[in-house]
Design a protein around this ligand. Structure first.
Ligand SMILES: Nc1ncnc2c1ncn2[C@@H]1O[C@H](COP(=O)(O)OP(=O)(O)O)[C@@H](O)[C@H]1O
Ligand SMILES: [Mg+2]
Length: 368
């Protein structure tokens, strides 16, 4: 009777091991695989049949870990201790995956090791998320740093500006001193303006967006835009009639457009076409854009330039990321765009491929 229950439990344990979502591998004491469960087959792409009789090294990705790493692993488990760590392996199809792994020696009552059981959990996806988080934290901390510097700068500039203004009042017009001081004042004001931009980027400065029509702000900036752009660029605007209002801070909004336009121009050294369009869009469940559902004012700037290679597409919004030569690029343009749009509770999407041009889409929530 007792024997039967025991047999049932053995079967149950076997079934559980076979079907659990953790990938399980059992080797004998020499490290030869004697068993692999379903999850192991799924995560590695190899069948249990194939794995049986082989060494776990078949799962390994050459070069991922130093030889010392495996040596340490083996000496730990052979000494009868448990090993825990992350293994970067290669699937049958060649893709890499990371497994959070526990390797435990299975012992006889007298302490001799008969087998090793390794329980592994695929954490590839978690690691990707972790990396994204680190990226966004990096962005955040750079912003903070820039903000602190800009803040101190601003305080010092206030003193400089104030003092120069006072001295200037006491200086006779037409004198060299007056001229030099006027220049100093102009430069200091310009510097203050730049500092303000840095503060915006660092999301420190308070913004007061107003219910406005993006078309009006674009038309206001049109003249400067046209003057800014080279002759060999065919610039067109397609502004939607009856565009919804959005809560926009005029100067910042226009700065965003300028930054995007300058980048588009830089991407078309031999000329090309640039299109600035606006539209009303409602994002829902089936919307083509990964943005929260709702009504938005869409502002799109499209160019026929070089396009952005896939490998750097994720990095273009990083502060100080630039592919331009020293003195030309600061790498701040798009991070400022990002900062401003986020401050407006909006979204930015970029769509680009080498040779296909680039499109930046900005979504500003419709005013309530
Ligand atoms: N319209 C565009 N076409 C092609 N590449 C672009 C475009 N806009 C931005 N980029 C890429 O993104 C990088 C970062 O842009 P940005 O933050 O404005 O800094 P910068 O213009 O100073 O390099 C650019 O160096 C460029 O490689
Ligand atoms: Mg730029």
């Amino acid at each position: 009777m007792e024997k039967r229950v025991c047999g049932d439990i053995e079967k149950l344990v076997l079934k559980a091991v076979e079907q659990t979502s953790e990938a399980i591998l059992i080797t004998d004491s020499s490290g030869t695989i004697v068993y692999a469960n379903k999850a192991m087959e799924e995560v590695s792409g190899y069948s249990a049949e194939y794995l049986k009789g082989k060494k776990p090294g078949v799962l390994k990705n050459e070069g991922s870990h130093a030889p010392d790493f495996y040596r340490e692993l083996w000496s730990t488990v052979k000494a009868g201790r448990k090993w825990h760590g992350r293994l970067l392996n290669r699937r049958k199809d060649g893709t890499l995956y990371t497994l959070d792994t526990d390797i435990t020696p299975v012992k006889e009552p007298d302490g001799t090791i008969t087998h090793f059981i390794s329980v592994r959990r695929d954490i590839t996806r978690e690691l990707q998320l972790e990396k994204q988080l680190i990226e966004s934290q990096k962005l955040e901390s750079l912003g903070l740093l820039a903000g602190q510097i800009a803040h101190d700068f601003n305080n010092m500039l206030t003193i400089i500006l104030g003092s120069v203004e006072l001295v200037l009042e006491d200086t006779k017009e037409g004198t060299i001193s007056h001229k030099l001081l006027s220049e100093t004042l102009k430069t200091a004001r310009h510097t203050a303006e730049l500092t303000k931009q840095l503060l915006v980027f660092a999301r420190r400065q308070e913004t007061r967006p107003k219910k406005s029509c993006a078309n009006d702000l674009i038309k206001e900036a049109e003249l400067i835009l046209k003057r800014l752009l080279a002759k060999n660029i065919d610039f067109r605007m397609e502004l939607q009639r009856d565009l919804w209002d959005a809560d926009l801070e005029a100067t910042q909004f226009q700065q965003v457009i300028m930054n995007l336009a300058i980048n588009a121009q830089d991407a078309m050294p031999d000329g090309g076409a640039m299109r600035l369009a606006t539209g009303n869009v409602t994002a829902g469940e089936d919307s083509p854009w990964p943005i929260p559902p709702g009504d938005y004012v869409l502002v799109e700037l499209k160019d026929t330039g070089t396009g952005i290679p896939r490998e750097i597409l994720d990095r273009v919004f990083d502060p100080f990321f630039t592919t331009k030569p020293k003195g030309k690029g600061t790498g701040l343009g798009l991070s400022i765009v990002y900062g401003i749009v986020k401050q407006h509770k909006g979204e930015v999407l970029v769509d680009s491929a080498p040779g296909k041009g680039t499109s930046f889409r900005l979504f500003f929530p419709r005013s309530k």
